[in-house]
Write a protein that binds this ligand. Sequence first.
Ligand SMILES: Nc1nc2c(c(=O)[nH]1)N[C@H]1C(S)=C(S)[C@@H](COP(=O)(O)O)O[C@H]1N2
Ligand SMILES: [Mo]
Length: 323
Amino acid sequence: MLIQRRPTWRITDNQATPESRVLRRRSLLMGAVAMAGALSTARAWAADAPPVAIPAAGAGPQAAPRNPAYQPGRAITAEADATTYNNYYEFSTDKTLSRAAQALRMHPWTLTIDGLVAAPKKIALEDLLRQMPLEERVYRHRCVEAWAMTVPWTGFPPSALVKLAEPLSTAKYVQFETVQQPDTMPGLRSPFFTWPYVEAVTLQEATNELAFISTGMYGKPLPPQNGGPIRLTLPWKYGFKSAKSLVRISFVATRPDTFWATLGPDEYGFWANVNPQVPHPRWSQATERLLGRDERVPTQLYNGYAPQVASLYSDKRGEKLFM
Ligand SMILES: Nc1nc2c(c(=O)[nH]1)N[C@H]1C(S)=C(S)[C@@H](COP(=O)(O)O)O[C@H]1N2
Ligand SMILES: [Mo]
């Protein structure tokens, strides 16, 4: 990667992680002075700590019965792998951020629901969870960098939250915003990114049966590095659409400027549906590496979820649906 000093023996996904080209282009635009500052920030991030095992918490309120309708067709990823190899740029652009992320303050946690709704509200996470139909679903996850995992998530479908929010008929998109805690998140100091991390989907996508909001994984409360205490989980899209540590969900009329599409529209488009036949500009998407295993497997259209989601796009032929 461009801005981090890595040991040469370290194997990264695709050698270049997705942001590096964007960073390179932006750094040229921003000039040497800004770049020097960014480099020192990057060096501070690069001082990564060894990953830590997440203590077993036992079955808490974030454990729920598994929905047998979602069979992943592959082995569940070891918890130790899924919780120690993460993308969470607010903490670091390095994958080994799980220890640093433990600093995130998750109590109390309030979610704001606003925009084009009958009545904007702020709701404490525990009050929200009492009203939501919690279940467990095992989903495949596919990062745009071509690694994948399979995780039992606990949570609820956003359709339940949409019902609670009572959007107006003018609402067409749902926007998801990540928390900003400058004192626990060193990445927020990076001048390269337009914080906060915001992603969005159409209201139709958000209310598709497959869409999910996760509040737990492996039968335990969701750890901070995986987006605790509450994150979006959209298994048919590249992972960057699934915003972590949500503090605000907004209903809007027009397509929002999302974090990755703003940074690199040619590499990380708005729709970002998984498709093995549409390569990323810098690498193939035909196969994916399974976390914790020495194995690559073929990538599937919509990450294998075409039966549930393909109809969402039947009227969007002109759009760049897969990048
Ligand atoms: N706020 C925020 N959300 C984020 C990211 C991020 O950097 N910040 N990374 C995304 C990417 S690229 C992926 S692949 C997934 C990774 O989730 P995981 O760490 O639980 O595997 O989170 C997504 N959500
Ligand atoms: Mo990703």
